[in-house]
Design a protein around this ligand. Structure first.
Ligand code: FES
Ligand code: FE2
Length: 340
């Protein structure tokens, strides 16, 4: 089951072109995405209405998409406009197209109730157009349900165990966040006072000693997250021996369900423009990518594989699951209300 009445990210704006078709499954439905001759994004079913060959194996032409099985051609609305050797084209010959909108460097698709498809309700990611920030866009294909990724990002105690090679320290193991549930999501704030620096942060800043570390998270149902991380040395004289001010990172995350057990995970890592330039951004991005890709994903995917072996087995919650459990309940309520 998915929350259907939601705008989901299908791709980064830069992933779509006028030259090629992107095949991507969202909410269990195979889709194609591309840009039409005027550059606007188009999303339609990845299924020719003739004999159901995938259109992602077809050819993008100026005025539409040609299925490369028997050559039928569809315009950008999905209407069949050519059947080679046949003049009459029935009105029913069409491929379903989906509401699509480009905003904040994301391509958004709506697969819910058609009358509710209002782009004004798309979640904003202001980081992506903030001139004060420089970011790297990224994505992972994760072999796990999106809720397992939300569990992960809403409980930072795992930094003490899973992320010891990247941005985690043992100080995270027992940290409880300030938790503020809202109408459509949850706000979390982690504050670690006087905590040790990781090797990554020491190398980046030149600091020694301890820092105050803050993580502010805004999770929005069903599967979005925006984060701000701040590190301030306890002794500000440290600033003279390396990094010139508090170390601040931001990130954005969108978890688009591909199937019940797989997710497209779109994310960014961002540094302030006045902090170290492209080289520093590469360095920090690569550490974060290592943390997500080589530390989080293997354990989340292994967790999903275990769950599939016995889907009914009960999970036992601990106190640190407060935020993940609220998120799970919010999503369950959204799915229930759609089922009614
Ligand atoms: S299946 Fe597409 S033209 Fe026949
Ligand atoms: Fe993690």
């Amino acid at each position: 089951m998915f929350v259907s009445n939601c705008w989901y990210v299908i791709a980064w704006a830069g992933d779509l072109s006028k030259e090629s078709l992107l095949g991507r499954t969202v909410l269990g439905k195979p889709l194609i995405a591309y840009r039409n001759d005027t550059g606007d994004p188009v999303v339609m079913d990845d299924r020719c209405c003739h004999r159901h060959a995938p259109l992602s194996m077809g050819r993008l032409e100026a005025d539409g998409v040609r299925c490369m099985y028997h050559g039928l051609k569809f315009d950008h609305s999905g209407r069949c406009i050519e059947i080679p050797g046949q003049d009459r084209i029935a009105d029913s010959m069409r491929v379903k197209s989906w509401p699509v909108f480009e905003q904040d460097e994301f391509i958004w698709v709506w697969m819910g109730a058609a009358e509710q498809a209002d782009p004004k309700n798309i979640l904003r990611f202001p980081l992506h157009s903030d001139p004060g920030w420089r970011y790297r866009p990224s994505r992972f294909h994760v072999k796990a349900n999106h809720q397992l990724i939300t569990d992960n990002v809403l409980d930072f105690t795992h930094l003490a165990w899973t992320h010891l090679e990247s941005f985690g320290t043992s100080g995270a193991a027992t940290i409880m966040p300030e938790l503020t549930p809202g109408e459509s999501g949850i706000r979390l704030k982690y504050v670690y006072r006087d905590t040790e620096l990781t090797e990554f942060h020491r190398n980046l800043t030149g600091w020694s000693g301890t820092v105050d570390r803050t993580h502010e998270l805004d999770w929005t149902a069903p599967a979005f997250l925006q984060v701000r991380n701040t590190y301030t040395p306890g002794d500000v004289s440290n600033y003279t021996s390396g990094y010139p001010g508090p170390l601040v990172f931001r990130s954005s995350h969108a978890f688009t369900p591909e199937t019940e057990t797989t997710t497209w995970y779109f994310w960014t890592h961002a540094n302030p423009v006045d902090a170290g330039g492209e080289e520093e951004l590469d360095f920090t991005y690569n550490v974060v990518r290592h943390g997500f890709g080589n530390e989080d994903l293997p354990i989340i995917e292994a967790q999903q594989a275990n769950i599939l072996l016995d889907p009914q087995a009960r999970m036992h919650s601990i106190q640190y699951d407060a935020a993940p459990n609220i998120a799970r309940r919010m999503n369950a309520r959204l799915m229930d209300s759609e089922a009614r």
